[in-house]
Design a protein around this ligand. Structure first.
Ligand SMILES: *[C@@H]1O[C@H](CO)[C@@H](O)[C@H](O)[C@H]1NC(C)=O
Ligand SMILES: *[C@@H]1O[C@H](CO)[C@@H](O)[C@H](O)[C@H]1NC(C)=O
Length: 242
């Protein structure tokens, strides 16, 4: 009788452990896609999709962190807080343990301003602010990362940008009386999934990303370089003189 009871108890405990493990796994697999859905919704709401980039479902999350602030999918940051180059990192929230090529592939992160000189009159749009290649997926496993607002992760890892940058970081400098500008960070992967070094074209000019066309920008450049979007983040920033 006693034996039976303890066996039952052991069984129950084991069941509990299994249930706990399952719940944890389910949370992980549900959280990922939900997070990237939220990113996509925010991009639609801010009209970044379809103005800047065609509709896509992100497969990674992109953290952008300056020393005093960070991008949180549409928060407003003062220009003076974004003058230094931010730390960026990419995290895999959809298949943290799968798809090994994701982990050896190198990604390209860009920053563009579709609201130059203003959202009402975007005649210089888009303005290229940054193209930094060779961004690799953060090696930290998903389960130990504190996921904050919509998959935006607190701590910064990598990258310095630097000698490999195709276009150096030009800090946002919204002119006076031009309202809020959207500053859009996009991460791209090579369309054919290659893990070899990419040979990216350098825009001739920051204005219109060198396309010479009003509204020309990151979409054209990404197409030309056979890149597809995999992650995004953005902020608003405006000159204090309005
Ligand atoms: C990335 O890094 C490698 C090795 O440091 C370098 O050869 C390459 O030119 C860099 N840039 C791109 C776009 O891959
Ligand atoms: C993949 O595409 C790039 C252009 O983005 C090209 O240079 C490279 O040769 C392609 N690699 C393979 C394996 O098809």
């Amino acid at each position: 009788m006693l034996f039976q009871a303890s066996a039952a108890l052991a069984c129950l405990l084991q069941l509990c452990a299994t249930a706990a493990a399952l719940t944890e796994q389910q949370t992980l697999s549900l959280d990922g896609p939900k997070n990237v859905q939220v990113v996509r919704e925010k991009l639609h709401k801010a009209e970044i999709i379809p103005t800047v980039i065609d509709d896509f479902l992100p497969s990674l999350t992109l953290s952008v962190i300056w020393s005093k602030d960070k991008a949180k999918l549409g928060n407003t940051i003062k220009p003076k807080s974004v003058q230094e180059q931010p730390a960026i990192s990419l995290h895999d929230v959809t298949s943290p343990h799968g798809e090994t090529t994701k982990h050896i592939m190198s990604y390209v992160v860009t920053l563009t301003d579709p609201d130059a000189p203003s959202r009402d009159n975007p005649e210089w749009s888009e303005m290229c602010h940054w193209i930094t290649p060779n961004v690799t997926l953060s090696q930290e496993t998903f389960s130990i990362l504190p996921l904050l607002e919509f998959g935006v992760i607190e701590q910064a890892t990598s990258t310095d940008g630097g000698p490999d940058d195709v276009m150096e970081y030009k800090p946002p400098g919204p002119p006076s009386k031009t309202g809020k500008h959207r500053y859009v960070f996009l991460a791209f992967a090579p369309k054919n999934g290659t893990t070899e070094a990419l040979h990216l074209s350098k825009p001739k000019d920051r204005q219109h990303w060198g396309t010479g066309k009003e509204g020309g920008g990151v979409r054209e450049w990404a197409e030309e370089n056979e890149l597809v979007p995999v992650a995004a983040n953005f902020i608003y920033s405006e000159n204090k003189k309005q």
